[in-house]
Design a protein around this ligand. Structure first.
Ligand code: IDP
Ligand code: MG
Length: 139
């Protein structure tokens, strides 16, 4: 994945609340092009692996349980400065601290159930995109 790409997941709470259409609209309105997308559900093994970096954190068990509780939408997005611009679009992890107009401010329920994932670096965007998509699924 080039440095102008990032990886996102619309998390189970977004699907449950029926906000996926609105969130995808915000993403494309902000200038991100969809390079790959799938509707899927993470297994416990996949969720544990994806969030391995948080394994020692007190919320890890809760996070894995939540991320496997229902389907997600996974996607690779492209835009100049994709990683930083997408983090700005989604807002702070905790919606109480997220700026007005951000996806999490509008749609996140809590610090845990916070609507969307966004990669935190070019390196992780590449790893996370490869975790979910084969080369033939990326356009
Ligand atoms: P980020 O998603 O904004 O990058 P991280 O610190 O990488 O935030 O945490 C990964 C995910 O773990 C968050 O998006 C959220 O779903 C969950 N999480 C983070 N901190 C907490 C917490 O204090 N309680 C419950 N869940 C949390
Ligand atoms: Mg993170």
């Amino acid at each position: 994945m080039a440095t102008n790409r990032t990886f996102t997941m619309l998390k189970p709470d977004s699907i449950e609340s029926g906000n996926t259409g609105n969130i995808l609209q915000m993403i494309t309105d902000a200038g991100f092009a969809i390079k790959a997308m799938k509707y899927t559900r993470l297994s416990e093994e996949q969720a544990k692996k994806f969030y391995e970096v948080h394994a020692e954190r007190p919320f890890y068990g809760e996070l894995v349980e939540y991320m496997t509780s229902g389907p997600i939408i996974a996607a690779i997005l492209e835009k100049e400065n994709a990683v930083a611009d997408f983090r700005a679009l989604i807002g702070a992890t905790d919606p109480a601290e997220a700026a007005e107009g951000t996806i999490r401010k509008k749609y996140a329920e809590s610090k845990g159930r916070n609507a969307v994932h966004g990669s935190d670096s070019d390196e992780n965007a590449q790893i996370e995109g490869d975790f979910h998509f084969s080369a033939a699924e990326i356009f």
